[in-house]
Write a protein that binds this ligand. Structure first.
Ligand code: PLP
Length: 370
C-alpha cells in the first residue's frame, strides 16, 4: 500500500538527493553545487541574476534570439547593465563579437557571460566549447553561465570540460517532467562571486539554501510530485544510457530534417537555421512565410489530428512553426507528427515536396540490423 508522505518523511530527502545526484551525473558537474527551485526557466534565470548580478553589475548576453532577449530583459529589469552582441537570424552566437566585447571591457566590469545553449525559438544550438575558448583567449575573468533549458538531456553538456561556472535548466523539456521545477548548478567560483555580492535576495539565495535540511533547500515546502517525477526521469535516462539517449535525439532530429528538406523543395517552407550543423537536436524551426499561415497549420493539426506543434516566438510570431523532438519520443511518434504536418499541408494547400517518405527512409536506413 502507498504510504502518505509528509515534510519530515525521509523519502522526501531521498528524492531530493536522487535529483541532485542525477543532475550532477548528467552534466558531469564535479563539485558544483545543485540548487533546485519550485520554479520555471525564468525562475532559474532569476536565481543566477539575483546571486551573481544586481543593480550596477554588468553582464554580457550573446544574441541567440528570443531567449537571449528575454534573459537580457530580465537582467535589466533587476537593475543590471547588459551588453548584447547582435542576433543574426538563422545563425548561432557570433563568437567574434563576444570576443570583441570582452576585449573592450578593459576595466573588467563584465561579471558573467550568460549564454543560451539552444535557443528554443530559433531551433539553433550554439557551440559552448567554442564560446569557452573565446572567453579564455581574451583572458577575461567573466563567469561562464549556460542556459541548458532546451538542451540538458538532449545533447551532451559536460560542465567540467566546458569549465562552465553555472548551468541552469528546467524540468519540462528533455527531462520529461511537467513544468515547475527549475535547477541551477554553481561551481565554487560562482559561489564565491555570489557570496561577495551584496544584492538583496531571499528565495533565490544560494547561501540560504545551502543546507542539509530539505525545507531549507526549498525555502519552504518541496514540490514532491515534481521531485518524484525527476527522479523517475533520471531512472529512464540512466537506464537508456547517455550516449544512446543523445544518439536517439540525433536520429529523430535527422528524421525531421530529412522531412523538412523534402517539404522545402516546393518553396513554401524552409529551414530557419541556415547552418545544418547548428540545427538543434531538440526542436526544428521551419519558416513558412505569407501567403501561408503557420498558425492555421497549428490549429489544423491540433484540432483535427491531435498533434501539438509550436508557433513562432517574439519576432518570429506568425512566420514559423516548430516541431519539438526531445525527451520521451521514439521514431514512430516522430513519424506520426511529421505525417500530421504533411496532412496539414495538403488540407491548407501549402505546396510541399515529399517529406514523410524521406524521414521513413532515413529511419529505415539507420535502424536496419543487417
Ligand atoms: C532556452 C530557454 N531558456 C529559458 C526559457 C524560459 O523557461 P520557462 O518558460 O520555463 O520560464 C525557455 C522556455 O522555453 C527556453 O527555451
Amino acid at each position: 500500500m502507498l504510504q502518505p508522505m509528509d515534510l519530515a518523511d525521509g523519502r522526501v530527502d531521498d528524492n531530493i538527493a536522487a535529483c541532485e545526484d542525477g543532475l550532477k551525473r548528467l552534466l558531469n558537474a564535479g563539485h558544483a553545487q545543485p540548487f533546485l527551485y519550485a520554479g520555471n526557466g525564468h525562475g532559474a534565470w532569476e536565481a543566477v541574476i539575483a546571486n551573481l548580478l544586481g543593480p550596477g553589475k554588468t553582464v554580457l548576453v550573446p544574441g541567440t534570439g528570443h531567449f537571449s532577449d528575454g534573459w537580457a530583459e530580465q537582467c535589466e529589469a533587476l537593475g543590471a547593465k547588459v551588453i548584447r552582441t547582435p542576433w543574426m537570424p538563422g545563425l548561432p552566437i557570433d563568437n567574434q563579437a563576444v570576443g570583441e566585447a570582452l576585449l573592450m571591457d578593459r576595466n573588467r566590469e563584465i561579471t558573467a557571460v550568460f549564454a543560451v545553449h539552444t535557443d528554443t525559438a530559433s531551433g539553433i544550438t550554439s557551440d559552448m566549447a567554442a564560446l569557452r575558448q573565446v572567453i579564455d583567449h581574451t583572458g577575461h575573468p567573466a563567469l561562464f553561465v549556460v542556459d541548458g533549458v532546451a538542451s540538458v538531456g538532449a545533447t551532451p553538456i559536460d560542465m567540467q570540460a566546458l569549465r562552465a561556472n553555472v548551468v541552469l535548466g528546467a524540468s519540462q523539456k528533455a527531462l520529461m517532467v511537467p513544468p515547475g521545477l527549475a535547477f541551477v548548478l554553481a561551481d565554487e567560483e560562482a559561489l564565491e562571486v555570489a557570496k561577495a555580492n551584496p544584492n538583496p535576495r531571499y528565495y533565490w539565495d544560494w547561501a540560504r539554501r545551502h543546507s542539509p535540511l530539505s525545507y531549507r533547500k526549498f525555502c519552504g515546502t518541496p514540490p514532491h510530485p515534481l521531485l518524484a517525477g525527476l527522479r523517475a526521469a533520471f531512472g529512464l535516462i540512466f537506464e537508456e544510457g547517455l550516449e544512446p539517449m543523445y544518439s536517439r535525439h540525433r536520429l529523430l532530429a535527422g528524421a525531421v530534417q530529412a522531412a523538412v528538406e523534402g517539404w522545402a523543395q516546393a518553396g513554401a517552407v524552409a529551414f530557419f537555421g541556415q547552418v545544418q550543423a547548428t540545427r538543434s537536436v531538440s526542436v526544428t524551426t521551419i519558416a513558412m512565410p505569407a501567403p501561408h499561415d503557420p498558425e492555421a497549420l497549428r490549429t489544423f493539426v491540433r484540432e483535427r489530428l491531435q498533434v501539438s506543434i509550436s508557433g513562432g516566438l517574439g519576432p518570429l510570431a506568425g512566420k514559423v512553426f516548430r516541431i519539438g523532438h526531445m525527451g520521451d519520443l521514439n521514431p514512430a511518434m516522430m513519424l506520426g507528427c511529421l505525417a500530421a504536418v504533411e496532412a496539414g499541408f495538403h488540407a491548407l494547400n501549402v505546396p510541399h515536396g515529399p517529406g514523410v517518405v524521406r524521414a521513413q527512409a532515413l529511419l529505415a536506413q539507420a535502424l536496419r540490423t543487417n
